[in-house]
Design a protein around this ligand. Structure first.
Ligand code: ATP
Ligand code: MG
Length: 322
């Protein structure tokens, strides 16, 4: 869906982005991770032509973005700016409706879509007529997200969308974000400097340093097959938590035959769910056991916390031997 080839950009004498290439598949969420100044924002802005590259090419849906008008291109891509970038002199409703206005949607259609998004993003209708500075940080970020989603673009670029939030609000919005149906179909590139967030939300992670990509892979690849000491060091804080987030339930428990499901407290879990979320399920729903149910034979296997940990350590051992 998105293909970036040998992108470079210098500002004066600084090489902000230095020969970067990567691809993002349709529906995938790629996270650009790295410390401040490593070139994440510059990379993102070259994809919607807010910055023109010195070298390299970007293709979206097979089309070279240089063959399109920048304005047309940008209308087709949702963009959440670092520090939310809301217009201070526009109300919430006007902020969300910027692109529909440009596209000359009729009033009714716009109003309908704006209210629909407010509801999905858990923002009360009473905020429609207020200005961004009257909102909390979390509310502002929700408005920023609504603005990016309003035309239902297939591609979404998000620059530190949860950056300015305290840890509790951040986890809450991240959880909502993951649950949002509208986002599941989208191809997303998300920028963050927060390792835990990258592991929480990324299908794949591109770790950057000094304008270059150091490693691009599945979260588990970066953890268990780091290409160098930089990658290993970058992930060394709260490593256990990262491992729980990177390892999916289906990685450690074989589901055979294919029709099997995992259930926790009577609720069917996605096979893609991370160990971290199963453990949270144990904690918050006070469930004691995970049930593994074979749809055909109706055979049920019960797995408690200890059994899960044993499977986890066995998985890690296998990774170490590979
Ligand atoms: N418009 C500009 N003019 C000059 N230098 C710039 C400009 N934009 C970015 N830079 C420089 O390019 C480098 C990369 O900046 P960029 O904003 O892409 O980093 P970042 O990874 O997004 O950082 P942060 O996490 O702090 O947002 C930095 O050294 C920065 O100072
Ligand atoms: Mg940035």
């Amino acid at each position: 869906m998105i293909k970036v080839e040998h992108l470079s950009k210098s500002f004066n004498k600084t090489k902000a982005v230095d020969n970067i290439s990567f691809e993002v598949a349709e529906g995938e969420n790629l996270v650009l991770l790295g410390t401040s100044g490593c070139g994440k924002t510059t990379t993102l802005k070259m994809i919607n032509r807010l910055i023109e590259p010195d070298q390299g090419k970007v293709f979206i849906h097979g089309q070279n973005i240089m063959d399109q008008q920048p304005e047309t291109l940008r209308r087709g891509i949702g963009y959440v700016l670092q520090n939310n970038g809301l217009f201070p002199h526009y109300t919430v409703a006007e902020n969300i409706a910027v692109v529909p206005q440009l596209l000359k949607w009729n009033k009714k259609q716009t109003q309908h879509r704006v209210s629909e998004l407010l509801e999905k993003l858990h923002l009360d209708k009473k905020y429609l007529s207020v200005y961004p500075n009257e909102l909390s940080g979390g509310q502002q970020q929700r408005v920023g997200l609504a603005r990016a989603l309003v035309t239902d673009p297939a591609v979404l670029l998000m620059d530190e969308p949860f950056g300015a939030l305290d840890t509790v609000t951040r986890s809450k919005i991240q959880a909502e974000f993951k649950a949002l149906d509208e986002l599941k179909r989208k191809t997303i590139i998300m920028v963050t400097h927060d390792v835990q967030e990258a592991f929480e939300l990324g299908d794949r992670i591109c770790l950057m340093d000094k304008g270059k990509i150091v490693q691009n892979g599945l979260p588990g690849d970066l953890l268990f097959k780091p290409v160098n000491a930089f990658v290993r060091d970058f992930l060394k804080d709260q490593r256990l938590q990262l491992e729980f987030k990177a390892i999916k339930l289906r990685d450690i428990i074989d589901l055979r035959p294919k029709g099997g499901v995992f259930e926790l407290h009577g609720e069917v879990l996605s096979q893609n769910i991370s160990l971290w979320h199963v453990l949270e399920g144990f904690k918050f729903s006070k469930a004691e056991n995970l049930h593994i149910i074979d749809h055909y034979s109706k055979k049920k296997t019960v797995l408690g916390f200890e059994g899960l940990m044993t499977a986890f350590y066995q998985y890690k051992k296998r990774q170490a031997h590979e």
